[in-house]
Design a protein around this ligand. Structure first.
Ligand SMILES: [Zn+2]
Ligand SMILES: [Zn+2]
Length: 460
């Protein structure tokens, strides 16, 4: 949704503060709006409730930015007061000492405090833009951490270039989407730093053990070279498949866990399993590479001169405007239906132009048959790297290509196909939810609360 900063919001206590406010900046005034009694939530519409939740989250980000700013200021005081000259190893450095102050004051562990101090210094220093975005509620703490983590070992200048490349879209991405995007950008801007970081991590490889909430324990080999980890995993999986084929009816996960435990315990394995393991070893041609997220990052040049891109941008803007206008003047109970109709009408209005675009030279709209041909599938997957639900990360090659309007004989076309994972395929069938396809690759979800999410082909 568009982020629009409202200057000096007026506060009318008792009135509906949320009306017409897509974006209300965090700070003292928002705190007042949010602090109405709980019973008042019962008076709000579904749409308003979601806006309250989003506003409270912005307010949290703002408060977290203040927390970090205070820590940064204290750290700055302590370190600048530290005596120059050779460090005295009998005492803590100013940095270590302030970390202990923070740990005691906030009742957190030393590790957590060290992370906070580091984050505070980064977000008030080299990553000040991210700090400002956190304070303005445009990104939350999880995303600020992601930006800080992945740029950590990079020279400040490179970190800042990465930051400005990813920050704008960060507000409409989940932390996971943002993480993948930053990794791609870093890979492009500083490939040697990425390699070095990986080598350094492998040098810290280790076996870890921890207790879980269920009273069980997890055992993990951490920071292995990926080819080693995959080789072990594939070998055990192959043997487990063999055991299953031999008549073991337990789920594969269980067989794998028991087999791995037995192997690590040095227990004598049944001969059949030994044979299977030996076979698995022989059958393994080479260590497979880790699953790759498709690289759809075309160098931040998402706005190409392609005319259909221009159409997408214009259509998305038109739709956004129209729906925001609608939200301002529609009674809550009627909003979901009104939003849905508005999207539908706009889709109809552009249908003819869309069909002309699809027909191309051969005067045919779409292709016969239900299943899209491989070339069309590739085109759709390139257009959307993941499932088209806004927060979903399922890679499109693992999704079904859904006919947005249920298939009728004759039309399988780019203007009616989009990747949907199983879960969001079911969501699309759920009452209150609808998915519209306005233009090839431009989709709109409408929700039971009357909210909407515009999915553009280049949203990553
Ligand atoms: Zn079409
Ligand atoms: Zn999905």
């Amino acid at each position: 949704m568009p982020l629009e900063v409202v200057e000096g919001p007026e506060i009318v206590v008792g009135a509906r503060e949320w009306e017409n406010r897509e974006w209300f900046p965090p700070g003292p005034q928002l705190a007042i709006c949010l602090s109405g009694g709980k019973e008042r939530l019962a008076d709000l519409t579904d749409d308003e409730l979601l806006q309250v939740a989003a506003a409270a989250r912005r307010q949290t980000s703002w408060a977290q930015a203040r927390e970090l700013a205070a820590i940064a200021e204290l750290t700055q005081r302590r370190t600048s007061a530290e005596a120059d000259g050779d460090p005295d190893y009998r005492i803590l450095s100013a940095h270590e000492s302030v970390t202990e102050e923070v740990a005691a004051a906030l009742t957190v562990t030393g590790n957590t405090a060290a992370t906070l101090v580091h984050l505070a210094e980064q977000l008030t220093g080299p990553l000040a833009e991210t700090g400002a975005a956190l304070e303005a509620g445009r990104v939350d703490m999880a995303k600020a951490r992601v930006i800080c983590d992945i740029t950590d070992s990079l020279p400040d200048q490179v970190a800042q270039r990465v930051e400005s490349a990813v920050l704008e879209k960060a507000s409409i991405q989940t932390a996971g989407q943002l993480r993948r995007r930053i990794k791609r950008v870093v890979q492009r801007l500083a490939p040697e730093a990425v390699e070095e970081r990986k080598r350094e991590a492998v040098r810290q490889r280790r076996l870890e053990l921890w207790e879980t909430a269920a009273g069980t324990a997890d055992l993990a080999l951490c920071d292995l070279a990926p080819e080693d980890a995959h080789a072990v995993f594939n070998k055990i999986t192959a043997a487990a498949h063999g055991i299953k084929a031999d008549g073991d009816t337990r789920p594969l996960n269980l067989i794998r866990a028991d087999l791995a435990t037995q192997l690590l315990n040095g227990a004598e394995l049944p001969t059949a399993v030994q044979v299977l393991l030996a076979q698995a070893e022989d059958a393994e041609p080479s260590a497979p590479t880790p699953a790759q997220v498709p690289d759809d990052d075309n160098g931040d040049t998402t706005d190409t001169t392609d005319t259909s891109d221009t159409t997408v941008t214009a259509l998305a803007a038109l739709l956004g405007q129209r729906l925001a206008h609608l939200r301002g003047r529609t009674p809550a109970a009627e909003l979901p239906a009104a939003v849905d109709q508005a999207v539908h009408r706009l889709t109809q209005r552009f249908a003819q132009r869309r069909d002309e675009l699809c027909q191309g030279d051969d005067d045919q709209h779409g292709r016969p048959g239900y299943r899209p041909p491989a070339s069309l599938r590739r085109e759709i997957e390139a257009r959307h790297a993941t499932c088209v639900f806004p927060s979903c990360n399922q890679p499109s090659h693992r999704c079904d290509l859904d006919h947005t309007i249920p298939w009728r004989p004759g039309v399988t076309c780019r203007c009616n196909l989009a990747p949907l994972c199983r879960r969001h395929h079911r969501l699309k069938q759920t009452p209150g939810w609808k998915l519209h396809h306005l233009w090839p690759g431009l989709l709109v979800w409408t929700t039971p609360a009357g909210a909407w999410y515009i999915i553009r082909p280049d949203r990553q």
